[in-house]
Design a protein around this ligand. Sequence first.
Ligand code: DX5
Ligand code: ZN
Length: 233
Amino acid sequence: MSVKIAPSILSADFAKLGAEIRAVETAGADWIHVDVMDGHFVPNLTIGPAVVGALRPHCQTVLDVHLMIDPVDPYLEAFAKAGADIITIHAEAGYHLDRSLQVIRALGKKAGISFNPATPEDALAYVLDKVDLVLVMSVNPGFGGQSFIASQLDKIARIKKMIGRRKIDLEVDGGVTPTNAGAIAKAGANVLVAGSAVFSRPSIAGRSSGEDHVVAAYAANIKALRAAAKTKK
Ligand code: DX5
Ligand code: ZN
């Protein structure tokens, strides 16, 4: 099965997020990754359920919502109602991971669990039957454009082993580029989140580029990631 590409709209133009989602889907994105940050669990603030709800009609694929918020439980229903398809929570946020994952599924959504770079993945063993996705953070969450932390490759491989033949997606987020996508896929990831590597827009002769050019640039960026992932090295 080929690797999925999930562009993170954190690196998109926030003044026109609907258009950016349409452009990146036309360019071949498999999922749309939405980074929700609270200024407490991570040192940055982004968007909430109202914006996710406003973006829903612009998204034809999968709305993959990554919650970097603590506490998370009071907001699960709001993100489900806003139209998230996948809701991922952090193992470090909240005390009752098992319960939170059950709540997400009870809301009719796919449940994801995420681990920061320095968090051991051991907790996954206890909730393998309650997750649809595992998200390995390969940077310290909070900002786009950071460098991939190489120690996460072994963690991805260990998690892949734990997952075995179960139908659980293994997603990697942070610093993903065509240079490391092959190694990440080789370690076992089947979904690559990429912000800056997808939403880079070359300007033509100093002017900002037109819509067609934007789609072409995103398509080339996605194609490069896909091709690199396919090499699995
Ligand atoms: C970081 C976010 C990522 C981020 C990835 O906290 O979870 O999704 O946007 O951006 P890049 O691909 O630029 O590292
Ligand atoms: Zn993310």
